[in-house]
Write a protein that binds this ligand. Structure first.
Ligand code: ADP
Length: 623
């Protein structure tokens, strides 16, 4: 049966082989067993159930919480010649009845439904009368009450499955990797002896970068990053609606075809803007994190975070919307210290406003967990070690640090600088404050060390400390840099919620006592021109086609794709992914048979669209 699955993979989806874990999971479902697939965004979860749905007899039910995604997936399947439909509240009652009738004929292979549908009498009647080949539960972490996206209606899935006359194979899929969530999924869906496979979280095609501009230079930094990616498709995430408005305006004023998305817009405007982005009429989407769940656009070449998210889980999920088709893509984060305070403020607020019936112990555990997650996020933004290594260690995927050579830290030449004396001064200042039973935040410590005459320094008598003014010739930014490094190294620690104060740890005290040395890594200053050339090369700068062997042909093929997509009324990436166009540039097929050898070209699409691409390639070769 796996052979048949291979054949479907090639014929309908145009791929030559399975990605890691896909084959094993598919085999299990074909044997009518249960499975849980934990795969990062873009790893290819959909094929895990779509292929068995095509090979097995009967109708596959796909439960998905995301209405926008259903339409998109069904569109893509129909384009590949697969009979699929969806049923949700976006359809008129008459359309819903038509879908049910169509599904009952036995012609339809996959039916996507929202979880709320599972107790609708007409739907249940259909499922009892039809032969159900398998049930796929997409975004299965929604069943976990610990997760961020808990959907109560997911709790009804297990009894729905058990109410069917014959129990079908059940496949749960998620991108959330924590063990608690996995346990919840297995339990709440009552999977029977499931095959659980967790795929590697590394996404080698993604470049990770952190930018740390001065707060005032944030806008210029963003503009530069977007301009460097001219003509590429990207998402800019901001944390508030106001920031979305401001950034979208900034980009539009500067000639970028941007649009926006946030919960404050009317449903119709949100929908229109999303379509503009999906259909490539607007190349940059500026959005809050309300945008993206279920956005399956495969040709997103960059995701920029204009504000720092509150944890690595959210960051990796949002950033992971770049490069889903495997083409090179950039995930960049603009770090600003103020974002840390905002995140902490929100965490504190949600703790203070917790519901009265929640046991305080449980809330406190969640609160501490959120604070720790935020600390890890800040470490990601401030570390000088490999960013990819940091992420994979965070997710428990690798145990020891490594260098990926494909992130902004691996690409920056750092030089080691001995800052022992400065470190001693800073730690002494913290200890002197402690002797007076006083504690201060980072900014105040910098002020004291630099001999500031600010009210908050003088009023407390801090000018009488022996460490007052001992760094008066050092720029504030530099003092702060060393102070941050001492915190990352565990010599100092920040405690407290909204107004964190700094304390010395045992390690910090030992550092002074034992006269240890302290070194930091600072970016090496390069001559201006060299620096520019290097940053361009390292940030993976490329026009969207430059990763193809023939950028000119790539642009021509994109134009053909755009025309065909407009004619068919589907987004361009549904016709072919960027990775497929790049492979076409490489192989330059002259016949339909040769075209079928291109990755991502299946039988149906070759017949439907092949001629136009072959013609464009022929003309290009003729020059
Ligand atoms: P996920 O749901 O895990 O985020 P998708 O199912 O949307 O990922 O797949 C992401 C991309 O990977 C799609 O463009 C898909 O065509 C491609 N893909 C999936 N499986 C394979 C494969 N075996 N070979 C090549 N490309 C694949």
């Amino acid at each position: 049966m796996l052979e048949q699955a291979q054949k479907v993979l090639k014929e309908h989806f145009g791929h030559d082989g399975f990605r890691p874990n896909q084959g094993e999971l598919i085999e299990r479902l074909l044997d009518r067993g249960d499975a849980l697939a934990v795969m990062p965004t873009g790893a290819g979860k959909s094929l895990v159930y779509q292929i068995p749905a095509l090979v097995l007899d009967g109708l596959a039910i796909v439960i998905s919480p995301l209405i926008s995604l259903m339409k998109d997936q069904v569109n893509a399947l129909n384009e590949a010649g697969v009979k699929a439909a969806f049923l949700n509240s976006s359809l008129e009652p008459r359309e819903q009845a038509e879908v049910l009738e169509y599904a009952a004929t036995g012609a339809c292979k996959l039916l996507y439904v929202a979880p709320e549908r599972l107790d609708a009498p007409r739907f249940v009647a259909l499922c009892k009368a039809a032969k159900i080949s398998l049930v796929a539960v997409d975004e299965a972490h929604c069943v976990s009450q610990w997760g961020q996206d808990f959907r109560p209606s997911y709790l009804g899935i297990a009894s729905f499955i058990e109410s069917l006359p014959e129990r079908p194979a059940v496949c749960a899929l998620t991108a959330t990797a924590t063990p608690e969530v996995q346990r919840d999924i297995l339990g709440a869906l009552r999977l029977v002896d499931p095959l659980v496979l967790v795929s590697g979280f590394d996404r080698p095609n993604l470049y990770f970068g952190v930018e740390r501009p001065e707060p005032k230079a944030k806008r210029t930094c963003l503009l530069r990053l977007v301009r460097e990616r001219k003509d590429q498709v990207g998402i800019v995430y901001c944390s508030t609606r106001a920031a979305v408005e401001e950034v979208c305006e900034l980009l539009c004023e500067n000639g970028v075809a941007a649009t926006r998305y946030h919960a404050g817009l009317s449903a119709s405007e949100r929908h229109a803007n999303q379509e503009d982005f999906l259909y490539d009429r607007r190349s940059v989407m500026v959005a809050t994190n309300a945008f993206g769940m279920g956005i399956d656009k495969s040709n997103v070449s960059f995701v920029i975070h204009y504000t720092m998210p509150s944890d690595i889980e959210s960051y990796y999920q949002e950033a992971g919307r770049a490069g889903r088709d495997g083409s090179p893509a950039d995930c960049l984060l603009i770090y600003n210290k103020k974002d840390v305070q905002t995140c902490q403020f929100l965490i504190d607020k949600s703790f203070e406003e917790r519901s009265a019936d929640e046991p305080v112990e449980a809330s406190r555990i969640l609160y501490e967990r959120d604070c720790e997650r935020l600390r890890q996020m800040v470490f990601y933004c401030t570390t000088t070690d490999c960013l990819r290594s940091f992420i994979l260690q965070y997710f428990g995927q690798v145990e020891t640090a490594f260098r990926c050579e494909h992130c902004s830290n691996c690409s920056t030449d750092f030089e080691v600088e001995d800052v022992t004396l400065e470190a001693q001064k800073i730690i002494s200042c913290v200890l002197r404050l402690a002797q007076r039973n006083r504690q201060a935040g980072k900014a105040l410590i910098v002020d004291i060390l630099r001999g500031s005459k600010a009210e908050r320094v003088l009023a407390q008598g801090y000018d009488s400390l022996s460490t007052y003014g001992i760094m008066d010739t050092v720029p504030a930014k530099r003092v702060r840099y060393v102070l941050d490094a001492l915190v990352s190294e565990g010599m100092l620690v920040q405690t407290g919620g909204s107004y964190p104060v700094v304390e010395a740890t045992e390690q910090g005290a030992a550092f002074l006592r034992d006269r240890q040395t302290f070194e930091i890594k600072v970016p090496k200053r390069l001559p201006k021109e060299e620096e520019l050339a290097k940053s361009a090369a390292l940030r993976g700068l490329k026009p969207s086609g430059a990763n193809s062997s023939d950028p000119e042909l790539f642009e021509k093929l994109k134009a053909v794709r755009f025309r065909l997509a407009s004619e068919a009324g589907v987004p361009a990436y549904i016709v072919f992914a960027n990775a497929t166009l790049a492979d076409m540039c490489e192989k330059q097929p002259a016949t339909e048979e040769e075209l079928l050898a291109v990755s991502g070209v299946g039988q149906v699409k070759a017949e439907r669209y092949g001629a136009a691409f072959i013609e464009a390639i022929r003309e290009h070769k003729a020059g």
